[in-house]
Design a binder for this molecule. Structure first.
Ligand SMILES: [Zn+2]
Length: 160
């Protein structure tokens, strides 16, 4: 098992746009394996490559027995707009409420370089939008309607 360091705010790598993945090689497979180890060690349900310091368009999810690797993902958002309260491994102790859509279709490459397309609703749709934002350098505190500490104390957006 190989756990990677999770990059936290205010590290500027989190604000950068990730590059398209072009090589589906052994090092990419190792990165994905290490990202799953890292996500599970931190009790996460999603993790994007920039969060481990790698500016590649790649994220993973693991929620209710659905494990997903999305490489060079394109999201199509549909359905109702919903308010979602989210945490982020890169922003410890903060919960931010953001606007999301409740349905997503993702088209992406898998770890072997094969294209797939899948639709999700509910929590998986939220996770996909959160992780995809990381690939464009967008964090939940930037788009929050409101934020609070996970001990319940509300905070002013300007503090985050
Ligand atoms: Zn995050």
């Amino acid at each position: 098992m190989s756990k990677l360091n999770v990059v936290e705010v205010p590290n500027i790598i989190l604000s950068q746009t990730s590059d398209v993945v072009s090589e589906f090689d052994d090092s990419l497979k190792q990165l994905v394996t290490d990202m799953f180890d890292t996500m599970r060690a931190n009790n996460g349900i999603g993790l994007a490559a920039p969060q481990v310091g790698i500016l590649k368009r790649l994220f993973i999810c693991d929620y209710e027995n659905i494990q997903l690797v999305c490489i060079n993902p394109e999201l199509e958002l549909y359905g109702d707009e919903v308010e979602s309260e989210e945490g982020c491994l890169s922003i410890p102790n903060i919960l931010a409420t953001v606007n999301r859509y409740d349905c997503v279709n993702v088209t992406a490459y898998d770890i072997n370089g094969n294209v797939f397309s899948k639709s999700f609703s509910g929590m998986m749709a939220i996770i996909l939008q959160h992780e995809n934002d990381h690939l464009d350098g967008v964090l939940i505190n930037q788009k929050a309607i409101h934020t609070r500490y996970d001990n319940g104390k509300m905070i002013d957006n300007n503090e985050v």
